[in-house]
Write a protein that binds this ligand. Structure first.
Ligand code: ADP
Length: 405
């Protein structure tokens, strides 16, 4: 009897040892007598633990999903700065792969000296700006956040666009200061001369005229800057306002003649009885800028052609001149603020270097496109293409007026 009992205990102990060796959930051995109660307790304990384990695994999955969805790069580093986990954005930013680089020290993969001294230092209070490792076109802002037991969170954000905007802002401020400083220097020079020297009335008048010219130049720059800033902040012009093209074209033609003062042959041609929808002031200023450029950059005796072609599908306003022209490589930069091909000529004719920037803004706001062609010494063609949604058939009375002009 004792032997049987002993054998039974040995059998149950063997079963228990076998399960403990490989504790498969739901496979707790069954027994009899006292052992059955013991196994039942073990079974219950194992089930609670399994449920807790599943819950934990689910929570972990949810956290990883949240980390993955985060728009910034997230890398979890252990106490030795080895990669524990990272999201897809971090893989892209640092050109790494969790599968092959997981467990590697981050300093082996991100070797920039400034990053190494950042991660090895103790001050993580501000982020570090960094060019992404192998894709140097991306500028990253990285920050380390220590947490838990010597672990670290490495966050990375793509700040390329912000950086570009910031450098554009810096250039713009430098350009404006430079553009205003030149006439200001001339102005204060003349003022000084008038104050210090005994000048005859004629010379004084000449100086005052030159000063007036410089102050007008400053005025034009400030006016154009204000126009640009209004264009940038105002909402796009609505489709409610009709711009009567017949009188507008007649006005542009008259302005061209006045600007030229009879020194150019001006050819005008309009076809298609369609009006534009948008802001009249803006369109007058944009098209007027193109006409005035054509006159200003065409030597006396040259030709300027103003063309308007409109149909229900699209309309084109083009200004063609036989002027000084420019090499095609300037075309992409021509609408940048203060960009000039011929600085001397621009100044001499009262240019601010902001005209085409205003044109570009106005056209963007009317969903219109600007097409530029030019050849040095031969002339240029600036064409504006308006889409169908900005066009409306002209009323009969205006059509008649256009025919007469
Ligand atoms: P600006 O006030 O200097 O004329 P714009 O922004 O109107 O400034 O034009 C930018 C530059 O583009 C000019 O400085 C000039 O070099 C060039 N440009 C514009 N229109 C013409 C043209 N019709 N012919 C030759 N060059 C032109």
């Amino acid at each position: 009897m004792v032997v049987v009992l002993l054998l039974q205990h040995v059998k149950h102990i063997a079963l228990l040892a076998q399960w403990l060796n490989q504790p498969t959930p739901g496979k707790v051995p069954r027994g009899s007598g006292l052992w059955d109660q013991l196994f039942a307790l073990l079974y219950r304990y194992e089930r609670v633990k399994t449920r807790e384990h599943q819950q934990l695994a689910k929570t972990l999955v949810r956290f990883r999903q949240a980390g993955r969805a985060h728009p910034d790069g997230v890398v979890i580093l252990d106490a030795e700065n080895r990669i524990d986990w990272c999201n897809d954005t971090a893989e892209h930013h640092f050109d790494l792969s969790l599968d092959s680089d997981g467990g590697q020290p981050i300093a082996n993969l991100l070797r920039q000296p400034e990053f190494i001294s950042y991660i090895e230092g103790a001050d993580f209070s501000s982020p570090l700006e960094l060019r992404a490792a192998r894709t140097s076109a991306i500028i990253l802002s990285v920050q380390i956040i220590p947490y838990g037991d010597s672990q670290k969170l490495l966050l990375s954000r793509d700040v390329t666009r912000l950086e570009k905007l910031e450098s554009m802002r810096r250039d713009f401020v430098a350009n404006v200061s430079h553009e205003l400083r030149t006439p200001l220097t001339v102005l204060s020079g003349f003022l000084e001369t008038i104050r210090e020297l005994e000048l005859d009335p004629q010379r004084s008048r000449d100086y005052i005229n030159l000063m007036a010219e410089q102050s007008k130049r400053m005025q034009r720059i400030v006016d154009d800057l204000l126009t640009l800033s209004t264009l940038e902040s105002a909402p796009s012009p609505s489709l409610d306002e009709r711009i009567r093209m017949a009188p507008l074209l007649a006005r542009l033609r008259a302005d061209a003649a006045a600007l030229s003062g009879g020194k150019h042959r001006i050819v005008f041609d309009a076809a298609g009885d369609f009006d534009l929808l948008g802001s009249e002031n803006e369109i007058v200023s944009a098209l007027g800028n193109l006409v005035s450029n054509a006159i200003r950059y065409t030597p006396d005796g040259g030709e300027v052609r103003i063309n308007w072609r409109a149909s229900a599908a699209e309309a084109e306003f083009a200004v063609e001149d036989s002027g000084i022209g420019f090499a095609p490589e300037h075309i992409p930069r021509l609408t940048e603020r203060f960009y000039r091909v011929d600085r001397g000529r621009s100044r001499a004719t009262g240019g601010t270097g902001l005209g085409l920037a205003i044109v570009k803004h106005v056209l963007n706001r009317h969903q219109a496109a600007l097409e530029i062609q030019s050849e040095p010494g031969k002339g240029s063609r600036f064409a504006v293409c308006f889409p169908a949604r900005r066009l409306v058939a002209a009323a009969a009375t205006e059509t008649a007026a256009q025919d007469k002009s």
